[in-house]
Design a protein around this ligand. Structure first.
Ligand code: NAI
Length: 344
C-alpha cells in the first residue's frame, strides 16, 4: 500500500523541480507556494545530502539550514542550485532559523562508530535534541518535527517531554524517522525475490534499533512467502543494516547517503500530507495506542495536521509475534530513558 506507489511520486517530484506545474500545485499557508522547512544539523553527513535533496523538492519554498558549524558554507553551496529559495542561519540564530517553519527536520548529533550501539549516543545526543526542541516549542510550536538523531527510540520521548513542559505537545506532529529501515527492508527483500525494490513494500514496525526493528515479512507486497532461513536472514540483515554501514565506513560515521534519501522521502510525504494529498502513508515512530507502549512505529496516515491516523499491526505470524515481544521489552526501557532524562 505504501512505498511501491510513493517511490515514483517522490522521484517525479524531484524531476519536476523547475516546472511551473510543480510550483502551482504546492500552495502552502497563506496561499504562498510551498512550505517552509528547517534542517537542524545541516552541515553533517546526513544534513548536507538532505539539504541538497530538500533544495530540489518543489514543495519547499524556503529552506533554513542550521548547524553549529559550517551552515553558511552549505547554504552558499546549495544556493547556487537553480531551484527554490534557500536561506541559512548560523549558530547564534536558532530562533530565527525556526520561526515560521512548517516542518523541522533534525539530524543533529553524533553518529555511531564501529562497536557502538545507538544507545551509546544517548549521552551526547539527548542534550542536543532537548535544546533544539526547546527552540521548536518557542519559535514554531505548530511545526511538524521529523526526528532523525539517534537513539530515535529515546530522542522522540525527550522531544515529547520538552513539548509537554512547554505546553505545545501535539502527538500528531512529532515523528521519529524510521524510513531507512523500510528502504533497507524493501531493498533486501527485493534481492531475495528477484524484484525491483520500487515494487516491494515491507512494513517495518517497533522502533529504530536492533531487535526493536521488526520487519513484517508476512505482510510484504506483492504477497510473498519466505522459508524460515530466508526470514531469519532478512530479519537479521534489516535489523543490522545500520551496523553493516558503520563497519564498512570503519570509523568514518554511519549511514548518511541512504539516510538522507530516506529522510527526504519521509519529509516529502509529510509535505504532501500537509498539502492535503490523499493516501499518504509511511511508517514512523509516533505516540501510539497500538501496543501498551506510549510510542511505537507502525504505518501512519500523514495529513494536514501530521500523523492523523496510526494503523494497527495487522495479523502477525508466530515468528513476528515472538519478535514483537522482544521489541517491546527493549523499547520500554529506551522510551523510559528519554522520560527520565527530562526529569533530571
Ligand atoms: P554528523 O556528525 O556527520 O553530523 C551531525 C551534525 O550535527 C554536525 O554537522 C554537527 O555540527 C551538528 N550538530 C551537533 N550539535 C548541534 C546542535 N546543537 N545544533 C545544530 N547542529 C548540531 O552525523 P550524521 O552522520 O549526519 O548523523 C546525525 C545523526 O543521525 C546521528 O545521531 C545518527 O546516529 C543519526 N542517524 C539516524 C538514522 C535514522 O534512521 N533515524 C540513520 C543514520 C543516522
Amino acid at each position: 500500500m505504501i512505498s511501491a506507489h510513493l517511490q515514483p511520486s517522490f522521484t517525479s517530484q524531484m524531476e519536476e523541480k523547475n516546472s511551473v506545474m510543480g510550483r502551482e500545485n504546492c500552495r502552502g499557508k497563506g496561499g504562498k507556494a510551498g512550505f517552509k522547512v528547517a534542517i537542524l544539523g545541516a552541515a553533517g553527513g546526513i544534513g548536507q545530502s538532505l539539504s541538497l535533496l530538500m533544495k530540489m523538492n518543489p514543495l519547499v519554498s524556503l529552506l533554513h539550514l542550521y548547524d553549529v558549524v559550517n551552515a553558511p558554507g552549505v547554504t552558499a553551496d546549495v544556493s547556487h542550485m537553480d531551484t527554490g529559495a534557500v536561506d541559512s542561519w548560523d549558530a547564534k540564530q536558532l530562533e530565527d532559523a525556526l520561526t515560521g517553519m512548517d516542518l523541522v527536520i533534525i539530524p543533529a548529533g553524533v553518529p555511531r562508530k564501529p562497536g557502538m550501539t545507538r544507545d551509546d549516543l544517548f549521552k551526547i545526543n539527548a542534550g542536543i535534541v532537548k535544546a533544539l526542541c526547546e527552540g521548536v516549542a518557542k519559535c514554531c510550536p505548530n511545526a511538524i518535527v521529523n526526528l532523525i538523531s539517534n537513539p530515535v527510540n529515546s530522542t522522540v520521548t525527550i522531544a515529547a517531554e520538552v513539548f509537554k513542559k512547554a505546553g505545545t505537545y501535539d502527538p500528531k506532529k512529532l515523528l521519529g524517522v524510521t524510513t531507512l529501515d523500510v528502504a533497507r527492508a524493501n531493498t533486501f527483500v527485493a534481492e531475495v525475490l528477484g524484484l525491483d525494490p520500487r515494487e516491494v513494500d515491507v512494513p517495518v514496525v517497533g522502533g529504530h534499533a536492533g531487535v526493536t526493528i521488526l520487519p513484517l515479512l508476512s505482510q510484504v507486497k506483492p504477497p510473498s512467502s519466505f522459508t524460515l532461513s530466508e526470514t531469519e536472514y532478512l530479519t537479521n540483515r534489516i535489523q543490522n543494516g545500520g551496523t553493516e554501514v558503520v563497519e564498512a565506513k570503519a570509523g568514518a560515521g554511519s549511514a548518511t547517503l541512504s539516510m538522507a534519501y530516506a529522510a527526504a522521502k519521509f519529509a516529502d510525504a509529510c509535505l504532501r500530507g500537509l498539502r492535503g494529498d490523499a493516501n499518504v502513508v509511511e511508517c514512523s515512530f509516533v505516540a501510539s495506542q497500538v501496543t501498551e507502549l506510549p510510542f511505537f512505529a507502525t504505518k501512519v496516515h500523514l495529513g494536514r495536521t501530521g500523523a492523523e491516523e496510526v494503523y494497527h499491526l495487522g495479523p502477525l505470524n508466530e515468528y513476528e509475534s515472538v519478535g514483537l515481544e522482544k521489541a517491546k521489552e527493549e523499547l520500554a526501557g529506551s522510551i523510559q530513558k528519554g522520560v527520565d532524562f527530562n526529569r533530571k
